[in-house]
Structure formats: C-alpha cells, structure tokens
Design a protein around this ligand. Sequence first.
Ligand code: PMV
Length: 324
Amino acid sequence: MMKATARAHTNIALVKYWGKKDPTLMLPQTDSLSLTLDRFYTTTSVEFDPTSAADQIQIDQAPAAPNVAQRVSQFLDLVRPQGCFARVASVNNVPMAAGLASSASAFAALAAAASWAQGLHPSRTELSRLARRGSGSATRSIFGGLVEWHAGHDDQSSFAEPIQEHVDFGLEMLAILLDTRQKKIGSRRGMQHVVATSPYYPTWREVVAHDMAAMKLAIAAQDIDQIGHLAQTNALRMHALNLAADPGFTYFNAATLKAMETIDHLRETGVSCYYTMDAGPNVKVIYDRRDRETILTALTPQFGADHLVVAKPGPGVEKLTDER
Ligand code: PMV
C-alpha cells in the first residue's frame, strides 16, 4: 500500500490563458500569470493498491461522475506503475466548475499526491509540468503567490515558475459568488471553439505578450492600481474573444454585468478596485487590503455577506501526510 495526501490552492489569472496549441500535451497558445489564493483549495489522497481491479474515485465524499472519473484515471495513467489502480479521495474547498478554478487546485493536488504516493520526489517544476496534463491552470497552482506559466513549445518547456511566492504588498481578491452551479460550456470546449472561430485570436496573442510584460513591471513596482487595471482589461479582452466566436457565447449572466457595473462605479468614486472573470459567471475583485472594509461595506447590501469571500495570496502545493 502506498498513500499520500496533498493540498493545492486555486489560482486566478491576472493575464489569462485561453487557448491551446497542443490539446494532448496541453501546451497553451500564450504565457499567463496568476495569483494563488489561500481561501480556495483541494485536498486529495491517492492510495495505490496492487490488489485492486479498478480506480475508485471519490469527490466531496461521493463517487465521481463517470466523465470526471475518466479524466482522473487518464491522468493517473501518466504516472502510475503499470496496471496499478488507485483509491482517490478529493475534497474541494471551492465551488466546483463555477469559474473559481477548481480544476487548477484539483489537478495540482492530484499530481503531487499521485507522485508522492509512489515514493517519487519530483521537483516543483516537474510537478508543474505533470499538473498541466490534467488542466492548464493547474500548472500554476503548484506554486504560491504570483506565478508565471511559460507557454513553451514542448512538454519540457511548458511549466510555471513563481514571480513572487510571498506576496506581502497588500494585494487581495474578493470573490463575489453569483452562481456556483456547473458551467454550461467547459473551458476546454470554450477555448477550442474560440481558437478555431474567433477572428480576434491573432490579436489576443499580441495582447497577452504586451500584458505579460506590463504586469511584471506593475508587480515589481507593487502598483496594485496598475495590476488591477491590467487584469481587468485583459479579462475583458479574453471575454471579447468568446462574444466574437462563431457562434458567439458568453460566461456572463445578468448578475455578472451588474457586479461589473458596481465595481466600475465604486472605482469612479475613488476606491481603487477592479474585476476579473473566468470561465463562469462569478466576479473576482482585485484591490489593496487597506480598502477591504470600504469595498465589503459597498458590496454587502447588493450581494449579501454570504456571497462575498475575501481571499489573500496563498501557498503552493503542500504535503499533508506521508504514509508509506
Ligand atoms: O485550466 P482550465 O482548462 O480550467 O482553463 C482555465 C482558463 C481560465 O481560468 C479562464 C484562465 C486562466 O488562465 O486560468
């Protein structure tokens, strides 16, 4: 029996990844940059059992849906000893599939637990490459704080690297939970459709190259206002790709638009705050922690305290137990 447990935190991209150039190796079209969050994470145990005849996969204390179980088994095939099945138990402290990047924390934790359960000691770069094969954004969740994913051109060259693991200059994110149901269009399908049909895609590659450079300068200057401005602009341009696809689509719903309007209005009244959205309707607010109370006070009447979750920069993947 070989068992290990890992915990990994979600990350939210400030410069988004939206499109693959190699769907098998999960090589992205562009670089991307994210903040790992302390508040949302996945804890996953993997136990290889040579006597078992099939994988047993539990997510949040229930058997995984067949499509999810298949994705986990295919991922395990990348690392497991031949013919050795596993018991996987994964608990999410993040609403699944609602654009809060549960697949990032899930596959980062699974990559680490599956490796450690075999007594392997991969470097974090190696874990980052492996996590990438489960979900692109998981590449970045191996590391804490501000993280850059180098798109690369093959398996070796596509991995993440921390820009600043301990973020101590006040950068925070607040999630506005508007709809925690499963999204209708998964990120895999959404981005594939966009690469194939959105006429703005070539421009997006140029946008990201510019935003990566500008974002790194803003981080070096610890300029939260500029980080927020660049992140909001980048997010809107990513979502513009979806609207311009054929057929066009969007992850926004009416509540998303209302939240965007509220944040824009708050900023116009002098509070430095910006928004970003991923493959779901929820909105994440980017701000300096000194403005946290002002922002919470402004948002609570509209969204309710239960729907506002403050997140600080979080750590990289951690080993919780090591039973061998
Ligand atoms: O890792 P995936 O396949 O869930 O894609 C994530 C894509 C975005 O969250 C929208 C952007 C990003 O860079 O995380």
